[in-house]
Design a protein around this ligand. Structure first.
Ligand SMILES: NC(=O)C1=CN([C@@H]2O[C@H](COP(=O)(O)OP(=O)(O)OC[C@H]3O[C@@H](n4cnc5c(N)ncnc54)[C@H](OP(=O)(O)O)[C@@H]3O)[C@@H](O)[C@H]2O)C=CC1
Ligand SMILES: CC(C)=CCC[C@@H](C)[C@H]1CC=C2C3=C(CC[C@@]21C)[C@@]1(C)CC[C@H](O)C(C)(C)[C@@H]1CC3
Length: 598
């Protein structure tokens, strides 16, 4: 939706919970939340709905009463008279509930609907903090007098606001001011804009090809340049292409099986929720049985290893065709079908990011399917093929301990993901990102052909492991998995049911949105313990390959870079969402992913 007001516009903004309007300047518009960030004259920064903003001219034509108020000082300065929303709620708590009229309740609701930037709220033990529980359950806040929460941190926001105002001015000067969606366009260039996405479009497939060319009996160095380019025969085989299509059809059939529950996705802009069938774990089980039968029937799965480059090219071609199809079909999308990040109007950028949020062919959700099935399960089949290839190439009676560790570890990770398949419906990739080349290529090429780097490497590079090293690697994997699973489950369960007694020992920080941030346990150790756990597991996947070559560490390097970038995106969003409560969380938990380092 193009925003009605532009960054830098001076408009009249309603003070939350009141009918008073003040002169404010628009800083930015968030297409996801459909909220404007505005700044009052004294630096108070709030997020307002469009319905709470009036253009200066419309307002002047309106009531003279409002106009005269608009000339007065900002609400923050007039707190004693107009009272900030938090004060309103506090006052209401001191009265008896019978005296709270329906009108007051409505006002209170309005206050909660507008997101403000409060200062830190107590970090006391959650069991003592009954008010917080109420917030989590989205009931009106009833604050006791002594509580420090609910004030507006004007000074801190003022600094930020001045900075943002300057940024907004620069932005205004560098983009065409007459386009209604300029703010949206400039804001949504997340991956380096047109240039960045163009470079990635060419660079990412080359990286995979380079990795594959460096892995076989070569020396496994990531920095070495290929001596000669691969021939067409080495890259293409129609039979392999047919097999890849067959694999996609097989997984699509499993996806459509009426097995497993059907759940609602997150609400779309219109409030509508899409339905998703959750049967990924069944698909994994059926695939495991099918692979077992294939081996028993003496189907030579090592064919995957000997034709790996051709499998890569076929998957690559399919991901490009799929992206072109997705781009072509997304010409006439309605507002709710568009991905916020993929509709800048620039071909390369939108092709890369994906214009459509949830492309579906009837009830078949292409993004959800690709994200969890062909690539992830394909990765395990490839790993298994590499295990058989290792035995064949190295003439072993049984797979090496290193190969077994890699296969088991990665199988557990994928099985865990599919077991918790429903949870990905709330991830950034599903809720925010469109389905374009980035995810089509990521899911169908990047995951199966780079995440298999350790198993692929071990086929031609034997690695001896002592019992002691095996025990250490298993311990790293175990600790990593514990942190990853516990952090993710704790956060997911806390979000779903914050008043569950299981969380009574957690310390939390309240925020003005009604949600709290966990500030103890793993979430008090670092701000993204789940990323830390994932990285520890990534280390455990690479260690079995030894330290001779860089190729088996490719996944780990990618993961660290990806999670650092993802962390930055997430922190930006949280800072916008939670304001000074987030700042306070950052103060209480200073490290993002790695304790004492970053
Ligand atoms: N191997 C791979 O290729 C990849 C793996 N992953 C893994 O996927 C998993 C999910 O990651 P991802 O979706 O990026 O992000 P997270 O699951 O970490 O979600 C981040 C969100 O959690 C909420 N949050 C942040 N801090 C707190 C807190 N202290 N208390 C309560 N809630 C908090 C915020 O949302 P809100 O407050 O709105 O609820 C924030 O936006 C991770 O384990 C990650 O390692 C991710 C990417 C790639
Ligand atoms: C370079 C490039 C184009 C990368 C694309 C990366 C994507 C393929 C990955 C980004 C984050 C992912 C996650 C999963 C799959 C791979 C992608 C999409 C995931 C769904 C796999 C299952 C896990 O349990 C998970 C839910 C933690 C995970 C979430 C992130």
């Amino acid at each position: 939706m193009p925003s009605k007001f532009q960054s830098g516009d001076t408009v009249m903004g309603r003070w939350p919970g009141s009918s008073l309007y003040y002169e404010v300047k628009v800083l930015s518009y968030d297409i996801d939340t459909q909220l404007y960030t505005v700044i009052y004259k004294d630096g108070t920064q709030l997020e307002l709905k469009e319905s709470d903003i009036k253009s200066y001219t419309t307002f002047r034509q309106g009531s003279g009463r409002s106009r005269s108020r608009s000339r007065s000082r900002s609400p923050a300065r007039r707190r004693s008279r107009s009272r900030s929303p938090a004060r309103t709620t506090r006052r209401s708590s001191s009265r008896t509930s019978s005296r709270i009229t329906e009108e007051r309740k409505d006002k209170l609701k309005e206050v909660l609907e507008v997101r403000l930037t409060p200062v830190l709220i107590s970090t006391e033990n959650n069991s003592d903090n009954k008010h917080e529980r109420k917030e989590e359950a989205n009931e009106p806040i009833v604050e006791p007098e002594q509580r420090t929460s609910g004030r507006y941190n004007l000074r801190r926001r003022k600094d930020q606001a001045t900075k943002q105002l300057e940024e907004a001015k620069v932005e205004e000067a560098s983009i065409t001011p007459s386009t209604p969606s300029t703010i949206v366009k400039s804001k949504d260039f997340e991956f380096g804009g047109r240039m960045g996405t163009f470079v990635m479009l060419l660079f990412l497939p080359s990286v995979v090809l380079h990795l594959l060319l460096q892995t076989p009996p070569k020396d496994g160095s990531l920095l070495a340049l290929p001596t000669s380019p691969p021939t067409v025969e080495a890259l293409w085989d129609w039979q392999v292409f047919g097999l890849v299509l067959l694999w996609l059809c097989f997984q699509a059939c499993l996806y459509m099986l009426p097995l497993g529950k059907v759940v609602d996705g997150m609400p779309l802009k219109t409030g509508k929720k899409l339905k998703y069938r959750i049967n990924g774990f069944y698909a994994l089980l059926v695939t495991v049985v099918a692979a077992g039968i294939a081996v028993q029937q003496e189907v030579d799965l090592t064919y995957i290893h000997t034709h790996f480059l051709q499998f890569f090219s076929s998957a690559m071609v399919i991901s490009v065709l799929l992206s072109v199809y997705l781009y072509a079909r997304s010409k006439h999308l309605s507002e709710e079908e568009q991905a916020p990040s993929g509709n800048s109007g620039y071909l390369v950028h939108d092709f890369f990011m994906g214009r459509e949020l949830n492309p579906r062919i009837r009830s078949f959700d292409v993004k959800f399917f690709c994200e969890m099935r062909p690539g992830l399960i394909g990765w395990l089949v490839i790993n298994f093929a590499m295990l058989l290839a290792e035995m064949k190439v190295q003439k072993l009676e049984s797979p090496s301990p290193a190969m077994l560790l890699v296969n088991i570890f990665q199988f557990l990770w994928v099985a865990d993901g599919l077991w918790h398949e429903e949870k990905i419906l709330t991830t950034m990739d599903i809720v925010h990102d469109g389905f374009g080349f980035m995810l089509a290529f990521g899911d169908l090429v990047w995951v199966p052909f780079t995440f298999t780097c350790q198993a692929h490497y071990l086929v031609s590079h034997p690695s001896e492991l002592s019992q002691w090293i095996i025990a250490t690697i298993v311990a790293v994997k175990g600790i990593g998995y514990y942190i990853f699973r516990r952090a993710n489950s704790q956060k997911n369960n806390f979000r779903r049911n914050p008043s569950d007694p299981a969380h009574s020992n957690l310390k939390t920080i309240s925020t003005a949105t009604g949600k709290s941030l966990i500030v103890s346990g793993l979430w008090g150790f670092v701000r993204h313990p789940n990323y830390l756990g994932d990285i520890l597991m990534g280390i455990a996947w690479s260690l079995p390959c030894g330290f001779t070559h860089a190729v088996p560490y490719f996944y780990l390097i990618y993961l660290v870079l990806l999670l650092i970038h993802r962390n930055a995106r997430d922190e930006r969003q949280c800072s916008r969402k939670y304001g000074s409560s987030w700042d306070e969380y950052c103060k209480a938990v200073p490290y993002r992913i790695f304790p004492r380092i970053y």
